[in-house]
Structures are given as C-alpha cells and as structure tokens.
Design a protein around this ligand. Structure first.
Ligand SMILES: [Zn+2]
Length: 315
C-alpha cells in the first residue's frame, strides 16, 4: 500500500494547478489593542505595516478587496489558557479539540486525538480532493532522533502529514531551497550542529522559497514557533523583536513573490507574544489574515476550528 500512496502523492504533485493557498501558522500570536505592552504595535514590521496600513492590533481593520483581517476565537468555549497541543489539532483537523479533550493541553496533541488527526487532517482531505500538498518545514536527523528517544513527541503537523502519506522534507530539501526551517533563518539547524552546507538565509529569501512551493502545489503549509518561544522569554533578551523581524521579513518575501492567483493565509493557535506583561499564553483572539483572491471566502471564520474547513472550501 505505501507504494500506491507514494505514486498517488507523486501524481498529484505533478498535476498542474490554477491557484494555491499558503497557510502560514505562527504559534503564539494574539490580537490585542495597541498599547506599550503589545510588541506588535511597538516593533517595526515594515512589510506587515505596509500591507495593513498600520500594526497588527485590534484597531486594524483594513477593508479592500483581496485582504481580510479579523480576530478569531482560540479559547473554543473551554476555560483556562488555550494551549498548543489542542490548538494545533483544532487548526489542522477542524475540530474543537480542547472540548473533546476536556481541557486545553500544551505542547503535543492528546494521545486520544491522534487517530482523528491522522485521518481527518487538512492535509489528508486536501490530497483526497485532488490537490497537491506541501508541508514546507524541513526535519533533520536531530528531530527524528529526539522523537525516537522520546525526548519530544510527534507534533500535530507531523502526525497529520504521516496520516496523509505526505512526504516530510529533509535537510537536502532545505539546502536546495525546497523547504524552510521552522525558525525561518536556519539558525536553529546550525545550533543543532546540522548546518553543514546549509547557509543561513535572510527571512525575505525564506519567504521566496515558500512562494516557490506554491507554484507546484495547491496547498502549502509552514509552521513557525518563534513568536511563542519569544513570548515565553525563551529567546533571551531581544528575542521578541528578533522573532517579529524574522516573521516580517518572511511575509515580505512571500508577499512580493506571490502569484496573483495565490492566497496567503496567516493565523495562530493562541495569544502570547502580543502581551509583554506576561510570559504566559493569553485568551486574546488570534488574527486571521488572508491576502489574495480567496480572502473574502474566509469572512465567516470566527474560531480556529473553522479555519481548516474554510481552506478546503476555498481550494
Ligand atoms: Zn502554541
């Protein structure tokens, strides 16, 4: 059976396509008012500000064709602070994962929800509908060793990709510009000692690499954990502006290289970086930012578990 799936994936990947949706998942970005405690309002983000006419805060409500920005709920009716484990499942499988699990779960998906994630993910449903799908992140040997040693568990995205029979990109793909590092500039790969022959890149170039993937696929997914790490204070002094600068550069490169028929969709799983008065997550809504011809089709999305169904409807 794996051979049949490989062939199916290869055929789909070779198919022509008219348009693409690129889903940029930013972990830990909420939408809050413009205050001195909101780094999204106080940090220069030239590309994003040019797009929106100002910072990515609650006050921002750009209204023009092909551009949508709205706050969407990440708490999903469950008490406590929204967390990544259940939030990722909600985004990738389009289900109210915290309600099913009974609480928000940090880090990795609840074990009981893994089969559902493997069987009903955005990746699998998009492939079944005939769209070529690319999971843009590169995974080096260090990741798989950490999984094998049980130092980390599989991410929601990896469970979804494996369940869909979707190939995961590696360091050769990264070297060739066919993949991205989760931290955009590849510093993390070098810090792990896996950076031989893999030059650091400017965030704008990483954005171009992401745009290139949209030329051969109908759905492209990239996930970045920088804002959550920075919001938790785990990137050290200067971590927050560094994270936001890398994201802004990525979006600048991606927007500049976007084909007119393609759509870029950016959202998050919970707030964190938008409130520097706390190093915890927040219950703030998260931004749903969509640029491109299908932007208006996301106007009814009000919660993070409505994102995946909206993508599938727009493809
Ligand atoms: Zn998260």
């Amino acid at each position: 059976m794996p051979g049949i799936i490989d062939e199916f994936v290869r055929n789909v990947n070779n198919a022509d396509h008219a348009m693409a949706i690129t889903f940029v998942f930013l972990d830990g970005v909420g939408m809050a008012p413009s205050t001195p405690n909101n780094p999204l309002s106080t940090t220069p983000m030239d590309h994003l500000h040019a797009l929106l006419g100002g910072p990515l805060t609650s006050e921002s409500s750009p209204s023009r064709r092909g551009l949508l920005l709205r706050p969407i709920d990440a708490a999903l009716g469950v008490d406590g602070l929204p967390q990544s484990g259940t939030g990722h499942v909600a985004l990738l499988a389009g289900v109210n994962a915290p309600a099913m699990h009974g609480r928000h779960q940090p880090n990795f998906p609840p074990v009981a929800l893994r089969p559902l994630l493997a069987e009903r993910s955005l990746f699998r449903l998009a492939l079944q509908a005939g769209h070529a799908v690319a999971f843009a992140n590169a995974f080096g040997p260090g990741y798989w060793q950490a999984v094998a040693a049980r130092r980390i568990r599989r991410s929601a995205s990896v469970i979804a990709a494996e369940g869909a029979g979707l190939p995961l990109r590696d360091l050769d793909d990264l070297r060739a510009g066919r993949a991205l590092s989760w931290d955009i500039t590849r510093q993390a790969i070098h810090e792990r000692g896996e950076g031989d022959g893999i030059p650091l890149v400017a965030p704008e170039l990483a954005g171009e690499h992401l745009a290139d993937l949209a030329r051969a696929h109908g759905l492209v997914f990239f996930e970045c954990f920088l804002p959550d790490l920075a919001g938790h204070g785990r990137m050290g002094a200067g971590g927050v502006p560094d994270a936001l600068a890398r994201i802004d550069g990525l979006l600048g490169g991606l927007l500049a290289a976007r084909a007119p028929a393609d759509t870029i969709m950016i959202t998050s799983d919970h707030g964190n970086i938008e409130d520097s008065s706390t190093s915890s997550h927040t219950r703030n809504p998260v931004p749903l930012l969509v640029v491109g011809p299908t932007a208006e089709q996301f106007a009814a999305v009000g919660r993070i578990d409505e994102v995946a169904p909206a993508i599938l409807a727009a493809l």
